[in-house]
Design a protein around this ligand. Sequence first.
Ligand code: IVH
Length: 692
Amino acid sequence: MATRADAVREIAALSEQLRRHAHLYYVLDAPELPDAEYDKLFQRLQQLEAEHPDLRTPDSPTQRVGGAVLDGFAKVRHKLPMLSIRTETDITAGGASAFDTRVRKELGLAPDAAPVEYVCELKFDGLAINLRYESGVLVQAATRGDGEIGEDVTQNIRTVQQIPLRLHGAAPPVVEVRGEVYMRRDDFEALNARQRDKIAAGQKNEKVFVNPRNAAAGAVRQLDPAIAADRPLSFFAYGLGEVSSPAEGGPDCPTQFDWLQQMHAWGFPVAAQTQRASGAEQLIAFHETIGRLRDTLPYDIDGVVYKVDSLELQRRLGFVSREPRWAVAHKYAAQEQVTEVQAIEVQVGRTGKLTPVAKLAPVFVGGVTVTNATLHNEDEARRKDVRVGDRVIVRRAGDVIPEVVGVLPESSARPDDQRGPVFTMPRRCPVCGSDALREEGEVDYRCTGGLYCAAQRKEAILHFAARRALDIEGLGDRLVEQLVDAVLIRVLPDLYRLGFTTLAGLDRMADKSAKNLVAALEASKKTTLARFLFGLGIRHVGESTAKDLASHFGRLDGIMNATEEELLEVHDVGPIVAKSLRTFFDQPHNREVVEQLRACGLNWPEGEPAARVPKPLAGKTFVITGTLPNLSRDEAKERLEAAGAKVAGSVSKKTDYVVAGAEAGSKLDKAQQLGVAVIDEAGMLEILQTTV
Ligand code: IVH
């Protein structure tokens, strides 16, 4: 144990180092120390403080998390009211000019007087917080509340790594730093992923958050500080509350820009985009630049803020009711709006993916009128529990497809019999009527009528004509587009019914190209079974699987009529591929297309089935446990099964191998008890390589 004098010295040194490195990491985004080294210093400090509890101070880097679960928050009366800003709703350049004109008028400036100097900031979409520091130490954090009285959320705010517990450098006796607590979009997504896992695991009280602002507000007002610590928050400083005057030891900052720099020097994050601007033109330029940048920022903003830079001019301008005349928030088109769901339809994509889409009462969001919003897939639609007639939040950010974020409580709280039915995915493709299937481990349903389905027509033709398939030269994107849109091709065989005259009559089609295409089509008729099979575009049947199938069966009929068991005998064919082939050829429409293609003259040499050789791992049983470094469990299973092995769920004496990854648990113990061979992913791949 360190002597007390040594401990005092070491604690001071460690705290200083940790503060510096946390600032480099969290605020400046320029870490100098590997995480493991930081952890070592942190643990050493924890150890010293445990040995000398009286040396532990509230601003120690170890004191971010902790404290009891609260019954409620104490009220805090703000020393200076927390104001709001006038919002300029004209989102065009006119909004910025109107503000500058007002400021100039209030200041009584002549038209030819010099331009007013401003500071341009981002308008962060989080919640305002007042941080009170006394002698440089954070003593209280409070929400805005009604502007006069907020709530004491110090415990939770201490967990925000970007907020210093002690100011860097010289500190005045009193300073209140104001700014926005918010959640980054990536932190928000990760938090929601964790929330979904908890809900899936049966934790009834958990919920998924609709947007980063709600998640941030929930975290700040969380009564259990341990939960708050688990919800990653960030911070930007933009203003001040009570602060000691220069005579009392406060800094001398004559402008807003100086204050921002002072706050940065104290250790607070200040947005890098913050900029000085001269006159209306530069305000407009800032609004436009940030508007273009908006979607690339890692957090949400809903506008920019212009502030008169000089504090002297700010004082002269003063306030109207609760809003300063020297600041304005200039908005952008809202990225979220509320509207009503009029229907839920299912759309089929070019590759056969079925997507539930909410049909909406038209709403202006993200700069355009939106009438459709994606619900992504069946699980998402059910998790959000969107029903016809519900009022929902729709989001459109940048060029991203509009999505339904969630249902308003006023709708979701209605009794179930007063709402539309729960969404279920149709089991048949709404476009062509073929079976729609969802494979194990996948979130999407897919139409299995690949060759016939109108939604997939273009994609199917392009794939069929590709070099590695039927190799029809000259049949590219544009042409396929034209042929399908002009309904000259409905199904693949129509390709071979196109004559020279039809082709030569198409846009941008010279006689010579039409002649070449006719020749290419004719030439493509003589092909191989493998190319033909690959060209059909059956899900999971790539070029090499098509070759394996062709050499195994020799004839197309053999493949079309094989059972799943028979298909599994093919080298490299596992249950997923076998099932996919079976479903494809079970669709009468697909079989019809194949027959028609043959009738058009497509031909290939057919041979005898290859001699049946048992698969290399036939009769072997594997169990997979833990997380493998490269393959998912499903991928590993598919590979083993394709080589003929059985993959079981539990270890017994009959198990030949246990494939163990990270955090393998009881199955590994059992294997060791029973003396079953344990291998890792690399070992498994080696077995597959040497035997296959
Ligand atoms: S200044 C006297 N600057 O917008 C002006 N506010 O209605 C006080 N906000 O509650 C606020 N970004 O939460 C200011 N750069 C920024 C801001 C900002 C976001 C929020 C803040 C406040 C609201 C104003």
